[in-house]
Design a protein around this ligand. Sequence first.
Ligand code: CAA
Length: 283
Amino acid sequence: MDITSIGVVGAGQMGNGIAHVMALAGYEVLLNDINQDALDAAVARIDKNLERQVSREKVSAEDKAAAMSRISTTLELPALGRTDLVIEAATEREEIKHQIFDTLKPHLGPDTILTSNTSSISITRLASRTDRPERFMGFHFMNPVPVMQLVELIRGIATDEPTYQTCLGIVNKLEKTAASAEDFPAFIVNRILIPMINEACYTLYEGVGNVASIDNAMKLGANHPMGPLELADFIGLDTCLAIMNVLHDGLADTKYRPCPLLTKYVEAGWLGRKVKRGFYDYR
Ligand code: CAA
């Protein structure tokens, strides 16, 4: 299917990154959020991140201007029904995602493809409540979206081949690399990455090391670009906990039990960089 327009639901850190790369690749983007301030902040963030790419000569000033001109915003979710493909990138809570697809349902064209950027929730379950499980799949970007090369493509049990090939074509146009994952809790990247972060939380909780020593150990000892606790702050501790809970519930294995310290930080509202406090203090 020929895709020219993309609807993005959610203007947070993933949504603005997805809008950025899609617009730069030539797609018309309609970005939706429930909050005008979030939409304004997302457009400002995209402009800033594109400017950074211009200053590093990765993107020309003309391409930046063209990309910005392809991005429109709306507070009206039904408006996304006129796009060719929708990427849901809202909060990682299953009921919110179901509500978004329910609201969109009467406004969608017959061929519109629905996708979710969920980092862990079952694609088959999300698809089952829509009217088009065969044209539904997981389209999972990594943060920061403009920099990270990988996109996970996850087929639900009913996803058809043309839908998969259409999404693969978009990943190729973005000049990113697709990893095809089966629909099991947290897919590939987060099945491996988030338990590592959870283990770093246990390492702190049990006093094996402090925040700096744990992060330095993994940066210098395993060549990770960020230490696991710094990365947890970057992803969001609430997102990390939500993914651990999906693994724990979905795979019923105690090796996935969330670290009590991670739970405590989330209960305290210390969610990481986005609130300027997590394992590090950004105030
Ligand atoms: N937009 C555009 N460009 C950006 C950017 C953004 N938001 N953020 C960083 N960059 C660019 C910089 O301009 C810079 O470009 P050059 O190479 O051309 O100089 C490059 O990225 C590196 O950035 P910095 O020099 O500022 O900083 P850095 O070297 O410390 O790298 C980082 C920053 C790329 C974020 C790096 O620390 C990193 O790779 N961290 C790990 C990120 C990671 O693991 N992400 C996956 C998270 S898991 C996930 O997303 C899945 C999930 O569902 C939870």
